[in-house]
Every structure is written in C-alpha cells, then in structure tokens.
Design a protein around this ligand. Structure first.
Ligand code: PMP
Length: 419
C-alpha cells in the first residue's frame, strides 16, 4: 500500500534521516537537486572499488569492462527515453552543457544575422544565456513567448511569433519556478511546421514523469542527472541523428578523434565526436542506477508526490497571507509562493531554522520574475520520498512565522510610548 511504499522509498535515501538545526531534515528543495538512493551511491562506490579504469582505449580487461559498463549505462538511459539509437545520446555535465553544445555547434553553423530565436518567458537562464551569446556572435534576434495570467503558455502569441519564421525555438518541458507542464508535443509540432528547429529543456520534466522522445517532435532534448536522483556532473543531450552527424565538434581533445596530424583531424562518429576527454564514467553508472531505481515504481511515485503537493498547498492556504503562484493546467509537484509582509529570503531562513529546506530567490529565471513584477519567490519542491508530516511542517512553520510577527506588532502597539 501507499504508506508502506513511501516508508520503503524513504529508507533508500540515507540523507533523509539526517538532521538540520537539530530538527529532522524536511528536504523540499528537490527542484534544485534531488537526494540519491543507496543504489546510486553503491553503484558509484562499486565502480571505484572494483571497476575503475579509463574507457574506450583499453588494452586490458579492466578497461574493457569499464567501457562495456559505461556504454551499457548509455543504453539504459536511451531505452528509458525511447531513443532507438544510443549513439544519438551524448553525455554532458548536465542541461546547461547540453544547451551550450547545441548553441555552439549547431548555432554557430546555422544562425545568421537577422535570424530569429524564439524563447519562453519562463526559461531557466541555462536556456537563455547560451542563445543570447549566440545572438551576440551572429547578429540574430531573440523573441519571447509570453505566459497568460494563469501562467499557462500563451499559445496564440506563440503561433503569431512563429509567423516570424524563427530558425530555432528553445522550450522548457516544465518550469522550474511555476511547475507548469507545457504542451510540448503540440508546441513542437507547431514549431516544426513553421520550419524551426526545436530544443526542449527537460531538466524539470524527467524527475516527475516518463518521457518518450518518439512522441515528441523535437530536434534536441537536454537533461541533468542530479535532478533525477543521480549524481552531479552528468546529464545528456539527445539529438536527431542526421543533425548531430552534420554538426561540427564543439570541444577538441582525446576520445573524439579517428586520426590526428598537425595539419588535419578526422573526427570520431557519434556519440564520441561530442565527448572530448575522459568522460564522467562513475557519473554515468550512477545515473543508470538511478534510472533502474525509478523504473520500478514510477507511477506510484508520481501519484505520491502529487498527493503531497496538494496536501501541502491546501494546508498552506490556511495560513493568512499565503499566496501560491498558479502552476498552469497540470503542474508537477512544486509550487512557488509568497507570504504577505515577508521577504522571501526571511521566509526561507525561518524555515531553515525549523529544519525545512526550500529555495528562495529568482530561481535562475530573472526574466520570468521581471514579467511577474516580483523580486523572487519561495519554492517548495517535492519528491516521492517526502512525507505528509513534512508537508504539514511547512504549513505549520509558515503559520508560526505569521503569528510571531503579529504578536510583535501587538506588543509594539501596546508598549509604544505615546509622544
Ligand atoms: N533548466 C531548468 C528548467 C532547470 O531547472 C535547471 C536547473 N535548475 C537547468 C536548466 C540547469 O541545469 P544544470 O544546472 O544541471 O545544468
């Protein structure tokens, strides 16, 4: 049953039983990075204890075994994402590096002065800045798809902007600030019919629901392992094979070549052409272990985190002055909120003192904050291993904050000297 499942999942994550400021840790900052199950920690440790060698250049058994396990990890990820050819999945350090790869390799080749690049108002900086740098290098122009008041994407505005024939549309599958799940299948179809190439930032989607890339008509899909219960420093870029094949390398070095002389280099094929230098071998193994872990109970985990978010929201709505930002039609398990009269950093600090970890600030989405007219928000983001008790602790702590302020005002009113 659900309670047994939740208790079992929680036991898999050693860090969740630690304390913070003397209280049991309530980790509600999963959109920043998730905690790691012991299966992931063990896979990394096992690799270093019994399998550590460099890959793809082995003259010995240990290296050959490391290569097999490393490429097996790629296949595990590829299969999970519905990718037929694992060679079209490039390892990167994460989403940011994946987007930079496309902006530099594909972008430098295809974007010309006056070309248009279409971005989403709620984009993470990782899906803005690489395009801005590209626009500065090439003389391209950036347009922005606005959101509606309910924070759903404004599809009419999007279709109008497509009439400007952008060369590239860079979308987010899920907003890391609002939790909004965008209608990416429809948006990719529209963008492709308008002749654009499409990149999707999947950093906040994969942690919450399964994605089958065969059903999404995009050209590139980027993600990070550390938001997906895997280690930091590993992530990936999937790209359409013909595009990847036609793109020049973006970093040079070992691993990515066939033949080198001082006058000429023949590059390796996919995926190695885009993987210069010794890769994050342990990271790939840890991430594959995370995927194996997720594959077991995904539907139940998704239901659990949705239930936790709803519970937290309804408890928080009892707190005077609490306001959650709308998350659109189908939000994933996170929400941004404000508390009237309190600065977001003070709220996060107060919660931290109670052992509750949330994130305050602009969440690497300053243009979204500007459009909402806010300096920042507090964000609570859930994973399947959170508990109802933690959801209630969040609401209770906010209530205490409001009450403490009120009593200070009362005291001030009563004791203020009359001048
Ligand atoms: N895009 C989104 C939507 C994100 O939430 C994040 C991480 N906050 C990133 C991109 C960047 O991911 P990374 O820092 O792992 O490269």
């Amino acid at each position: 049953n659900a309670a047994d499942n939740a208790a079992r999942w929680r036991r898999d994550f050693p860090l969740l039983s630690t304390r913070s400021h003397g209280q049991p840790l309530a980790y509600l900052d999963n959109a920043a990075t998730t905690q790691k199950p012991r299966q992931v920690i063990d896979a990394i440790s096992r690799y270093y204890k019994t399998g550590n060698a460099n890959v793809h250049r082995g003259s010995h058994d240990l290296s050959n075994r490391a290569t097999t396990a490393f490429e097996q990890a790629r296949s595990t990820l590829a299969q999970w994402l519905g990718i037929d050819n694992a060679a079209t999945l490039i390892w990167t350090r994460g989403t940011s590096e994946a987007i930079n790869l496309v902006a530099q390799s594909w972008g430098n080749t295809h974007i010309k002065p006056g070309d248009r690049i279409l971005l989403l108002q709620s984009s993470h900086h990782a899906n803005i800045v690489p395009w801005q740098l590209l626009a500065q290098r090439t003389g391209a122009v950036i347009d922005v798809i606005p959101l509606q008041d309910d924070n759903n994407v404004d599809l009419d505005a999007f279709r109008n902007l497509l009439q400007r024939m952008p060369k590239l549309v860079a979308l987010s599958h899920v907003s890391n600030v609002l939790g909004t799940r965008y209608p990416i299948e429809q948006m990719c179809r529209d963008a492709k019919s308008a002749g654009a190439r499409v990149l999707v930032d999947g950093a906040q989607a994969l942690p919450h629901f399964d994605v089958d890339l065969r059903l999404i008509d995009c050209d590139f899909y980027a993600f990070s392992g550390h938001k997906l219960f895997g280690p930091t420093g590993i992530g990936g870029l999937w790209g359409r094979q013909d595009l990847l094949e036609s793109m020049p390398p973006w970093q040079g070095g070992g691993e990515m070549i066939e033949h080198v002389s001082f006058t000429h280099t023949d590059f390796a094929g996919l995926p190695f052409k885009f993987e210069a230098g010794t890769p994050n071998i342990a990271g790939a193994m840890g991430l594959a272990a995370a995927i194996e872990y997720l594959k077991k109970d995904r539907a139940a985990q998704e239901a659990q985190e949705q239930m936790l978010m709803r519970h937290a929201l309804s408890a928080c709505h009892q707190v005077p002055g609490f306001e959650a930002l709308p998350g659109g039609d189908q939000p994933v398990a996170l929400f941004s909120f404000l508390l009237k009269g309190f600065h977001q950093q003070d709220i996060a600090h107060w919660l931290d003192q109670k052992g509750i970890a949330v994130r305050a600030g602009h969440h690497c989405a300053m243009p979204l904050m500007q459009s909402l007219g806010l300096p920042g928000t507090v964000r609570a983001s859930f994973a399947f291993y959170n508990t109802l008790d933690e959801a209630e602790r969040l609401a209770h702590a906010l209530d205490e904050l409001v009450c403490s302020q009120k009593s200070q005002i009362d005291v001030a009113t009563v004791t203020a000297p009359t001048l």
